[in-house]
Write a protein that binds this ligand. Structure first.
Ligand SMILES: NC(=O)c1ccc[n+]([C@@H]2O[C@H](COP(=O)([O-])OP(=O)(O)OC[C@H]3O[C@@H](n4cnc5c(N)ncnc54)[C@H](OP(=O)(O)O)[C@@H]3O)[C@@H](O)[C@H]2O)c1
Length: 223
């Protein structure tokens, strides 16, 4: 099996007590202003912020650190979108704010959507798909980020399917779970949305209790 070099990968997720990150298909605010501040701090200190295509569709985030001017680094915004489904109107495609990279299947090379994205100054990386559903190899994508874009540290911000795949493939160095004092039940998307037939052990590194907002921030490392 080919081994890839890659950046240091931090996953930050805000989830409910019942392990959900939002109602399915609906933008759901779970974070307090202090939680958002923790997230912006992380964004200010990485070279790239990565999300899955469905998070763009549901949340339409700008994905920038705030305040933008105070960020020591100007992170790339990176979308994993094997089927190139994100809408051209997505806020993350406004490259006047920050550069945006989309990793997609090589099947979309030369399509009109790819051309429109190029015209918008979006950086497109085409990878050979792993299967007919256009899954791409995340380890390969991270190697491209590391070698071509000099990305040493990334922050992955969801959603659940992307986080699940990263965990199962051993591509997470640090997992930060901000536990929001809320429950949303079975109509919510799981924070780690993948089938696992084994137990993955983590090492707890720190716990921070935010008494003002009731959040508990758990920092884990891969064992
Ligand atoms: N609370 C939080 O901190 C937080 C943060 C982010 C998002 N969210 C919520 O999470 C939800 C979205 O999460 P989600 O689990 O549905 O989706 P997601 O992880 O954002 O995106 C999954 C999609 O990304 C593409 N993708 C991921 N890995 C891929 C790979 N290896 N190769 C090719 N394509 C890949 C696939 O698109 P295709 O299926 O089209 O191929 C996949 O369906 C939203 O409700 C959002 O509000 C919450």
């Amino acid at each position: 099996m080919k081994t890839y070099t890659r950046p240091y990968i931090i996953v930050f997720v805000t989830q409910t007590v019942d392990g959900r990150i939002g109602f399915r298909g609906k933008r759901t605010l779970l974070s307090s202003y202090r939680d958002l501040e923790r997230m912006y701090y992380l964004r200010r200190n990485v070279d790239a912020v990565v999300i899955g295509a469905n998070t763009v569709v549901v949340d339409d985030p700008i994905l920038a650190p705030r305040p933008l001017d105070s960020a020591p680094k100007k992170p790339y915004r990176v979308i994993i979108d094997g089927n190139l489904t994100i809408p051209l109107s997505a806020k993350v495609l406004d490259t006047r704010i920050l550069p945006t990279i989309i990793f997609t299947s090589s099947k979309f090379l030369g399509t009109s959507k790819a051309r429109k994205l190029f015209e918008n100054n979006v950086l497109l990386e085409f990878l050979e798909p792993l299967d007919e559903t256009n899954r791409i190899d995340l380890a390969e994508a991270f190697e491209v980020l590391y070698k071509k874009y000099h990305v040493d540290k990334v922050l992955v911000q969801g959603g659940g399917r992307l986080i699940g795949e990263l965990i199962i493939k051993g591509l997470v160095d640090e997992l930060i779970v901000s536990l929001s004092p809320k429950i949303i039940g079975l109509n919510g998307t799981p924070s780690i949305n993948i089938e696992l037939n084994r137990i993955i052990e983590l090492k707890l590194e720190s716990i921070q209790v935010d008494h003002m907002t009731g959040e508990v921030v758990l920092v884990y490392r891969a064992v």
